[in-house]
Design a protein around this ligand. Structure first.
Ligand SMILES: [Fe+2]
Length: 280
């Protein structure tokens, strides 16, 4: 039996894990020990050179330097590695029939304007008109009146208002609606289009090196909430987008692909949200 006090290649992770003391925070230790086990396994599998190890350090350093109040490169990394979706999924396991969640993304803003049902959230006049309607229900199909629907999407050029301050009107294509006594809601918007996530930083460099595209398939974001129910953060996706199966952040779930229909000069989509009760 080797003495785990001294470092060996074979027992490297055990040596590090054995280093924590009796007053270690149990949750931190659980997480760090797991990371150490998996990171050591990855290093043993890939056997990086010292130069490659230094490139890794520089990659993470640059990722930190790129992160500001307006841009979070670490979240982009988490998104493009599928970690954001995995954490989202673990924390929102659904029963059959309940609306599935997906990533919040970086473009939600709090306190978007409240509108009455039927209002048009498109303030820049671009794009093909889209009429969105539907309902909010519980798992038994009962309507939920007074549910809040926080909606946001990119414009016809593939940018959110917050990415184009001074170019798009503030609060373009975002708004908060309330379901009526029958649980119904409706609003006017524009047909969404796909867009690239910011790809001029380290996450983008990683995608290029992996021959991956930065695109997200066309979608509309929703956060739907109601007293007594678990809120759902989700999207609906158009069914014809070429990027549906190649979402850069893996946010697509089959159950969230909606039936957008063209009728005359405009588009229509109906969508029913099903919220789980708080205690379910
Ligand atoms: Fe988005």
């Amino acid at each position: 039996m080797e003495d785990k006090a001294y470092f060996t290649e074979r027992h490297s992770e055990d040596v590090v894990i054995a280093g924590s003391g009796p007053k270690a925070n149990p949750r931190v230790k659980q997480i760090v020990d797991a990371l150490v086990r998996h990171l050591h396994a990855a290093v043993k599998e890939t056997e990086p050179t010292l130069d490659e190890w230094m490139q890794g350090i520089e990659f993470l350093t640059k990722t930190g330097h790129l992160s500001t109040e307006w841009r979070q490169e670490f979240i982009l990394l988490s998104d493009t590695l599928g970690i954001s979706m995995l954490v989202e999924t673990i924390n929102n396991r659904n029963n059959a029939g309940e609306t599935e969640s997906t990533v919040l993304g970086p473009f939600h803003v709090s306190n978007a304007p409240r509108y009455p049902n039927g209002a048009n959230i498109c303030l820049d006049g671009k794009g093909e008109p889209l009429f969105v309607s539907g309902s909010v229900r519980d798992a038994r199909g009962n309507p939920i009146a007074g549910a809040t629907l926080d909606v946001w999407q990119a414009n016809a050029d593939g940018f959110y208002d917050v990415q184009q301050k001074g170019i798009q009107p503030d609060n373009n294509l975002r708004g908060v609606f309330t379901s009526d006594a029958e649980g119904k809601f409706r609003f006017q918007s524009v047909y969404p289009r796909h867009y690239p996530i910011p790809n001029d930083g380290t996450a983008g460099n990683m995608l290029k090196a992996l021959d991956r595209e930065p695109n997200r398939p066309a979608h509309i974001h929703f956060i739907v909430s109601a007293p007594g129910f678990r809120p759902v953060t989700t999207h609906i996706f158009t069914p014809d987008c070429p990027w549906l199966k190649k979402d850069a952040v893996f946010g697509v779930r089959e159950s969230l692909i909606a039936d957008f229909r063209k009728s005359g000069g405009h588009w229509e989509v109906e969508w029913n949200f099903v919220l789980p009760r708080n205690d379910s």
